[in-house]
Design a protein around this ligand. Structure first.
Ligand code: CA
Length: 418
């Protein structure tokens, strides 16, 4: 499939992608949009030309500040919307070719959080990450807890503090207990960290009291985003027993603005690792349910060049999304359109593929040097952290773009603009 529209050859946003997002231009009105190369295609304006006639009866779904109502139309409709756009962009005689005003240069568009997230759940599904953290926080000999290979461990996170890429992140303060101190103190975190994750957006409501099987799960997954689950390790280490993450995690999480549909990633399915011991029947699955998505994280100290600090891959996940969703609903818990489920930190086998500074610098023992010449064990004020992700083969490239944020504190409000 080729397009008459100019698309840079290495673009994440090839004609094979056609993700969905929410944008505004100078007039401040929100519109649903997709991205093609370095341009944003306004779907609200496209709908008003009659482009979606016979497919979308209520075109106001393209004028909302979030995509929930659009997603609620269901995959038979949203997949067809995507396909109709693809066909028009590849058809030399498409009327779309006479409508250059619908294609807005990327720099003229502000992208927003694309969905209203009712509930956010974070899993812990990378065996390498869980092992690394277990070694550091607990017992090197028994790093994985006994339940870990039997169920996808997760917890309910906080939806209100999920922000879109570009939003400045405030360094949180909290209660930490310095080593050897008798009592805790309340201070700005000294161990601010990123977590390299991928999130998936629920595309279909389920009913309270019913469960989603692994075979049905993909019907409920609208698409994927890059996700940074910001973490304060010193707060985490002190607070997490016995109920798990709380204030060390809920001060902010950030996501990329473009939702890449599950269908766009279909050619990048791969098998995950063999799960041993065998899982319980409700967690068994058929087919290839992992995805080969390359991931990288860069840190950019203020005024300096970025440095890539890790390269990982979504395919490393021990528990796949279908198992996560089947487990999440196995007790009858319902899920709703717009809910976000995140993978948990995605680490590979070796140091170069670890998904957090905690692991890369091994709890502060092995700091790395960045382009400002200074050592880093964790994230400093002024640092910008960027996560990128893409799937690629000889025929196509489908990328997520990036999720980036800079860290500010109260004494540096000017940093917010940079
Ligand atoms: Ca996490």
């Amino acid at each position: 499939m080729n397009s008459w529209f100019p698309i840079p050859s290495n673009s994440d946003f090839s004609i094979h992608n056609i993700p969905f997002g929410i944008g505004t231009i100078a007039d401040g009105r929100h519109f649903a949009c997709t991205r093609i190369g370095d341009h944003v295609l306004n779907l609200s304006a496209l709908a008003s030309t009659g482009f979606f006639k016979g497919l979308v009866s209520d075109e106001s779904v393209f004028d909302k500040p979030v995509l929930n109502d659009f997603i609620q139309l269901g995959k038979p409709v949203t997949n067809e919307v995507r396909q109709r756009i693809q066909n028009a962009l590849s058809d030399d005689h498409s009327p779309l070719r006479q409508m250059p005003q619908l294609f807005i240069p990327l720099d003229d568009v502000v992208m927003h959080l694309p969905v209203h997230i009712g509930d956010y759940t974070d899993f812990y599904s990378s065996i390498e990450h869980a092992t690394n953290v277990g070694k550091m926080f607990r017992d090197p000999e028994n790093a994985l807890l006994p339940n870990w290979r039997h169920l996808p461990v997760g917890y309910h996170g906080r939806a209100s503090s999920i922000v879109v890429s570009g939003t400045p992140i405030h360094r949180p303060s909290g209660q930490v207990k310095p080593k050897d101190a008798e009592s805790p103190v309340f201070i700005p975190t000294q161990r601010l960290d990123f977590e390299l994750e991928i999130g998936f957006i629920i595309g279909k409501d389920s009913y309270l009291g019913s469960s989603i099987t692994t075979a049905e799960a993909e019907e409920y997954i609208f698409g994927l985003v890059l996700f940074n689950d910001w973490s304060a390790r010193d707060i985490q280490a002190w607070e997490y027993v016995p109920l798990g993450p709380f204030l060390a995690k809920n001060f902010a999480s950030s996501m990329s603005p473009w939702i890449v549909t599950l269908e766009a990633l279909n050619d990048f399915r791969v098998s995950g690792v063999t799960q041993e011991p065998k899982v319980l029947p409700y967690l068994e699955f058929d087919g290839k349910r992992n995805y080969n998505v390359s991931l990288e994280v860069a840190i950019t100290p203020i005024g300096h060049e970025e440095a890539i600090v890790t390269k990982s891959n979504f395919k490393y996940m021990y528990w796949n999304m279908c198992q996560q969703l089947a487990h999440h609903t196995s007790n009858g818990c319902n899920v709703c359109v717009g809910d976000l489920m995140a993978s948990g930190t995605i680490s590979g086998h070796d140091k170069g593929s670890f998904g957090s500074m905690l692991e890369i610098c091994w709890g502060g023992k092995n700091p790395i040097t960045l382009s400002d010449g200074k050592l880093r064990s964790f994230i400093e004020d002024g640092d910008r952290v960027t996560i990128r992700g893409w799937a690629e083969n000889q025929e196509k490239r489908i990328g997520f773009g990036e999720v980036y944020n800079r860290i500010i504190n109260e004494t540096w409000p000017g940093l917010a603009a940079q």
